[in-house]
Design a protein around this ligand. Structure first.
Ligand code: NAD
Ligand code: UD1
Length: 342
């Protein structure tokens, strides 16, 4: 039986495909390469010695999905495909609702037609919104999202819940990622942002190799231990392994379930800078700037449910995250060296 991975050429997708292949699973990837390149999958092949069947196509294209479900014995789907730039989503909300929400609807419709009943969905800690107490726990209702991106993830979770209620054979897990960072320890695959990075770690790494001059720290006056924002960072390989473990749970689950995938520990921006400097030996010049619109002061996961029900917890700490980020950036100063314009 084969697993369909949408968005499998992307950052988290490629690391998860690698983990699945290492477990001897058969994998088909569907990706429109709007934010990735096939080079990531070539490198996954190089690392594992195993083949991935790749379709360049869009999850909004029902004909393409039909073709894949006709040609392969798909038992389950891991659904990463979607747009993820928070700032961009406020300027172009329709693209976000089309790709993320409408794309997911098309995928679900074709899964139903093809009698495929198992789905893992990439959700985000952002669904907890602005008013949830920290640490975030799955029993807190989702809502009060702060961007169209976040709202698209919240809508999809509601759709999955309703769909699972209506289709008793269907089982679906929404994994709410906290802040994914790092790269595979080989340094062959990693995060390759288009243009100037929005996220903290890719920005720090590009300052370290001299591509960017200095880091702007967004806000030094938050009510946190050093005034800078606090987040729960999770190594992308821990995240990838979380998907493999959730696949086992899908087989015995009925209905909808959401799990936080985080470490349960928060680090401030200044602590992240220090940890990177220690791992790399490079000093990161920075400047405190005003707060970034839409940012929350501090949040991290209650990681208890995933541990209890999935038997999953993180095994890689902050030093490993920094080491692997630096290794990837050093070995690939230009990323995968590609990029379509969107
Ligand atoms: P990514 O951009 O690297 O991967 C997404 C992949 O989906 C890309 O390869 C892109 O080309 C593809 N894609 C986008 N729209 C598509 C479409 N309509 N049809 C087919 N393919 C399409 O991002 P990522 O960091 O690997 O994130 C994967 C998923 O996890 C996304 O759904 C994202 O919203 C979610 N997520 C990411 C983070 C994070 O910080 N990276 C945090 C929480 C949730
Ligand atoms: C962002 C998204 C969130 C998404 C998450 C995971 C926003 C508002 N939220 O979260 O929806 O799920 O990515 O990738 O964009 N920082 C700096 N300087 C920088 C970049 C970041 O100081 O150049 C700070 C931020 O203010 C924050 C922390 O670093 O305190 C982490 O930022 P980032 O990596 O962008 O992730 P989030 O904002 O947590």
């Amino acid at each position: 039986m084969t697993i369909l991975v949408t968005g499998g050429a992307g950052y988290i997708g490629s690391h998860t495909v690698l983990s699945l292949l290492e477990l001897n699973k058969d994998v088909v990837v569907l990706d429109n390469l709007s934010n990735s390149s096939e080079e990531s999958l070539r490198r996954v092949k190089q690392l594992t010695g195993k083949e991935v069947i790749f379709y360049e196509g869009d999850i909004q294209d029902d004909t393409c999905l039909k073709h894949i479900f006709d040609c392969h014995k798909i038992s389950s789907v891991i659904h990463f495909a979607g747009l993820k730039a928070v700032g961009e989503s406020t300027h172009n909300p329709l693209e976000y609702y089309k790709n993320n929400v409408s794309g997911t609807l098309t995928l679900l419709d074709e899964m139903r037609r093809a009698n495929v009943h198992q789905l893992i969905f990439s959700s985000s800690a952002t669904v907890y919104g602005a008013n949830s107490p920290v640490p975030y726990v799955e029993t807190t209702p989702i809502g009060s999202t702060t961007s169209p991106y976040g709202t698209s993830k919240m809508f999809i979770e509601h759709i999955l819940q309703d769909f699972a209620k209506a289709e008793p054979q269907f089982s679906t897990i929404a994994l709410r990622y906290f802040n994914p960072v790092g790269a595979h320890e080989s340094g062959l695959i990693g995060e390759d942002p288009n243009g100037i990075p929005n996220n903290l770690l890719p920005y720090i790494a590009q300052v370290a190799i001299g591509k960017l001059e200095k880091l702007g720290v967004f806000g030094g006056d938050y009510p946190t231990r050093d005034g800078t924002g606090v987040r729960d960072y999770i190594h992308v390989m821990d995240l990838a392994e979380g998907h493999c473990i959730a696949m086992d749970k899908l087989r015995i689950l009925r209905g909808f379930r959401a799990y936080n995938l985080g470490s349960g520990v928060g680090y401030s921006v200044l602590e992240m800078i220090q940890a990177f400097e220690k791992a790399s030996g490079v000093t990161i010049p920075y400047q405190i700037l005003p707060r970034r619109d839409g940012d929350l002061p501090a949040f991290w996961a209650d990681a208890g449910l995933a541990k209890m029900e999935l038997g999953w917890e993180v095994s890689r700490g902050i030093n490993t995250m920094m080491r692997d980020t630096w290794n990837w950036q050093n070995k690939n100063p230009k990323g995968y060296h590609h990029h379509h314009d969107r």
